[in-house]
Design a protein around this ligand. Structure first.
Ligand code: GLP
Length: 258
């Protein structure tokens, strides 16, 4: 695992965008896994700037989003379809047919989820999965105690996640769907590389469990300790629960890699 500690949110986003841009330019037909949430917004803004400046193109990039709420149409402003179009896809040169997002309106969720796994495999597998981090250590919508070998499936959301995400629903928890379709932990583990971004002191316990805790389904992000190419990029606030020695170790390693 690499842990990259940046001074603030903006530098986390700039670093992640640079990393993704370099991948896009080095590999034809890159397959990207993408998240929603507040954290990736800055990365999407940076990538849009790069597309506009002609530094990168998404012409040959294939994307698979991590998750989608059950029962929201793509036109619903709270759906992840809408979020992705508004904040990213409408502003870049990606081909519509290369965008994949789970259908939360499907009338057969099991089939929808199985097809998603099949499509990921058919695309050659995910080269780089970018993810955010829930305060309780969830990745995508793999809530605490999700099976660490889970695949794409329907998941019931915890009250904590519903409360945290209600900020996108006018703080009305009754409007937040109680279920979502999500890629599984094993789906994320299959990606050739995984980058998890974390910002603010609210994420500090989850970053602690990701880096220094035991591998446990209680903190699903900790499963990534078994991933051969996982990078956690976080700001100083999010790293604030790590031991001073751990921080020193990762800063020292990164300085040598420059
Ligand atoms: C949601 C998403 C996750 C995301 C998490 C954290 O629950 N399903 O993929 O990582 O929120 O979001 P934020 O970046 O807004 O803190």
């Amino acid at each position: 695992m690499r842990v990259i500690i940046k001074p603030d949110y903006q530098s986390v986003c700039r670093w992640s965008a640079e990393y993704i841009a370099a991948k896009i330019n080095n590999q034809k037909h890159l397959v990207l896994g993408l998240p929603t949430g507040s954290t990736p917004l800055g990365v999407y803004a940076e990538l849009i700037k790069k597309v506009k400046k002609g530094e990168i193109s998404f012409k040959d990039v294939i994307t698979f989003n991590m998750d989608e709420y059950v029962g929201l149409t793509p036109q619903d402003p709270q759906s992840y379809h809408y979020f992705m179009n508004e904040n990213f896809f409408n502003h870049i040169d990606i081909k519509k047919e290369n965008i994949h997002i789970l259908d939360g309106m499907s009338n057969d969720f099991n089939k929808e989820c199985e097809n998603y796994e099949t499509m990921i495999k058919a695309s050659g597998g995910i080269d780089l999965f970018l993810g955010g981090l829930g305060e309780d250590g969830h990745i995508a919508f793999n809530e605490p105690f999700s099976s660490l070998s889970s695949r794409t499936r329907i998941k019931t959301l915890t009250t904590d996640t519903i409360k945290v995400n209600s900020r996108f629903f006018d703080n009305d928890i009754s409007r937040v769907p109680s279920q979502a379709l999500t890629v599984g932990i094993a789906t994320i583990m299959d990606a050739k590389e995984v980058i998890i971004m974390a910002s603010s002191h609210k994420k500090a316990p989850a970053v602690y469990h990701a880096v220094e805790g035991y591998i446990s389904h209680k903190w699903p992000v900790s499963a990534l300790q078994n991933h051969p190419h996982c990078i956690i990029v976080c700001d100083e606030e999010a790293a604030s629960r790590l031991e001073a020695e751990t921080i020193q170790y990762f800063k020292d390693i990164e300085a040598k890699m420059l």
